[in-house]
Design a protein around this ligand. Structure first.
Ligand code: DON
Length: 304
């Protein structure tokens, strides 16, 4: 497969579409990003690398980080984790609060904000230094040691994250939060404001595509079956109330973030990360989505 040529074709085709959507402006610091940025990096299980555009620029990975934290929590608690957070698509936006009250403070899945906050609660309860362990885990997945978070973005999120405060407190009232709300929120804003580039994300996600293998990164061990389940969650819940659409049009397991990144994988073949900051109304990158749709159309590399 000539992936480099395919990436070139995708870049050419996508640049002819109008650059529609809006950069995430509910987090003021994210609104400052250049909306014209566009990059893709694809890496294969044979350690081949193909890239185009701004694939080496780091950007705010936002909700893509939720894949790392749920992997850590699943490794620590095993199936006990699913008593605290569900595995069903929500059919609602990532920051919707209505379902949480009806469903007794148990978030639908670990990728909506409330679910990711429960996952942080688990990490803070189970680990002596959860922040150090998160960065060790990301470093182990990528092989890159200087990945860190942007404190200005984290602070910007903290100042405007009213709904996240509401989620933690609602869940605390319902008995599904153990730790101090501010500690959970501070950790959550750090994980969301981690900055990585497309190459680093693709390398990290490749580990979730090695379905045949159990793995151990920085002491977080996942069995084959657990890796498979992380993929199932990405496929069914990775794009919030657009997850069905992503499965329908793209057909890969993946995860988006409001920084405009999408990381996705085709098990046993490749992982790919794409970045374009303008988002559709569901909070997913417009050009990122278009690019991955073109990728699976051109390669035939879809799960279905
Ligand atoms: O809490 C938030 O709203 C953001 N830090 C993360 C949201 C996000 O990335 C949703 N993804 N598409």
């Amino acid at each position: 497969m000539n992936y480099q040529q395919i990436l070139q074709e995708i870049s050419n085709e996508v640049s002819t579409f109008p650059n529609t959507g809006e950069v995430a402006n509910y987090i003021p610091e994210l609104a400052k990003v250049d909306p014209k940025k566009f990059g893709i990096h694809l890496t294969t299980v044979n350690n081949e690398h193909f890239a185009i555009g701004d694939s080496e620029d780091r950007f705010s990975i936002q909700s893509i980080s939720k894949v790392f934290t749920v992997a850590m929590a699943f490794s620590l608690l095993g199936d006990q984790l699913w008593k605290r957070v569900g595995v069903e698509p929500s059919g609602n936006p990532f920051n919707s609060i209505v379902q949480l009250e009806y469903e007794n403070g148990i978030p639908r899945n670990p990728f909506v904000n409330a679910g990711a906050l429960v996952v942080v609660d688990v990490l803070l309860s189970e680990l002596k230094d959860a922040e150090r362990d998160l960065f060790a885990f990301v470093q182990s997945l990528t092989g890159v040691s200087d990945i860190t978070y942007n404190p200005i973005v984290a602070q910007s999120e903290k100042e405007t994250g009213y709904l996240n405060v509401a989620f933690v407190n609602m869940m605390k009232a319902k008995g599904n939060i153990e730790n101090d709300a501010d500690e959970i929120l501070d950790f959550y804003y750090k994980q969301c404001s981690i900055e990585m580039n497309c190459r680093e994300l693709a390398c990290a996600f490749l580990h979730f595509g090695e379905n045949g293998k159990a793995y151990d990164h920085a002491g977080f061990r996942l069995t084959k079956s657990q890796v498979k389940r992380i993929n199932a969650l990405m496929l069914s819940c990775g794009f919030y109330d657009e997850s069905g659409h992503f499965a329908f049009k793209v057909g890969l397991a993946g995860k988006s973030g409001v920084g405009g990144g999408i990381a996705a994988l085709y098990p046993e073949e490749f992982a790919v990360a794409v970045w374009s900051p303008k988002l559709n109304k569901k909070g997913n990158s417009v050009r990122g989505f278009n690019s991955l749709e073109l990728l699976t159309t051109k390669t035939g590399a879809s799960l279905f």
